[in-house]
Design a protein around this ligand. Structure first.
Ligand code: 1HE
Length: 259
């Protein structure tokens, strides 16, 4: 049985972690298949959704596989996770995650690599690395810490604290919370909206914004003006701007109109 299933709905690719008997724990094979699925998705879709099949999103690193590894194997494994998760985070198109049940350890790091996170009310988030005697290895020190701050990452790792979906929204872990069982539908709906954006804008949003955050503010402003000038003078921008001015494009809706 493949570890990941990919389905295409319109312009949106759905990638489902599919090891429910092991709570979608991420083994080396899962990482390889995830990379291949992201490559395939980018060729046929304009946005993607990662979700978990079974009772949980993802239980993190496959601890059974990890237990026999040497330090250097662990190091290479972590660097491989970085490369694959970065393919998502700074790739060609936006990724959404639909989260339910356990979003734990490396599963939380995978979700942190997507651009928009949608949780249902059953979702819970934890970083049990401290309890397991290990450390973050899938980019959490950078990406999760940028979402929620180092103090909260430290708290979760030191105390083993688990937080529910409502807290996760307050903490900026997720941008949306929906009723149980509805996360995938909502994530697909949002991804379809993003897929309708100008491709160049989407690329700039996911590739320029995180890099600008890493720059000194003066450098960031210069970078912003380059990206702004490049996107705004593209043929697609011209067509979209004209469409609005000629009243052929939708106006901005007030909140409630599609949230
Ligand atoms: C696993 C894993 C796993 C479950 N690796 N096999 N992650 C963790 O520390 C989380 C460990 N898992 C759990 O705390 C629980 O499994 C869950 C809360 C996620 C789900 O509980 P539950 O009751 O639904 O399932 P279960 O009965 O605990 O697990 C079902 C099976 O999945 C069982 O195997 P079985 O052969 O006995 O049926 C579990 O052993 C197996 N399983 N989680 C391997 N993680 C790159 S660095 C990232 C560092 C980390 O990710 S640290 C966090 C690791």
């Amino acid at each position: 049985m493949p570890f990941l299933v990919t389905e295409i709905r319109g312009d949106v690719a759905l990638v489902g972690l599919n090891r429910p008997d092991k709570r979608n724990a991420i083994s080396d094979a899962v990482i390889d298949e995830l990379e291949a699925a992201v490559d395939r998705a980018e060729r046929v879709a304009k946005a993607g959704v990662i979700h978990g099949i079974g009772p949980h999103f993802c239980a993190g690193l496959d601890l059974a596989e990890h237990v026999g590894k040497s330090p250097i194997e662990g190091m290479h494994g972590s660097r491989r996770w970085h490369r694959v998760f970065d393919r998502i985070h700074r790739g060609r198109m936006p990724w959404f995650s639909a989260l339910h049940g356990a979003v734990v350890g490396g599963g939380f790091e995978l979700a942190s690599s997507t651009h928009v996170r949608v949780a249902d009310e059953t979702a819970f988030f934890a970083l049990p690395e401290g309890q397991r005697g290990i450390f973050l290895g899938g980019g959490g020190s950078v990406k999760t810490a940028r979402l929620i701050g180092t103090a909260r990452v430290m708290d979760m790792m030191l105390t083993g604290r688990s937080v529910d979906a409502a807290t996760a929204e307050r903490w900026n872990i997720v941008q949306y919370v929906v009723p149980a069982g509805k996360a995938l539908d909502k994530a697909v709906e949002l991804a379809a909206r993003a897929a309708g954006n100008a491709e160049f804008s989407n690329y700039a949003i996911i590739n320029a914004l995180p890099r600008i955050q890493d720059m000194a503010s003066d450098d960031g402003l210069l970078m912003e003006s380059f990206v702004s000038a490049l996107t705004a003078t593209s043929p697609e921008a011209e067509a979209r701007l004209k469409a609005f001015l000629e009243k052929r494009a939708a106006k901005v809706a007030a909140p409630g109109g599609g949230e």
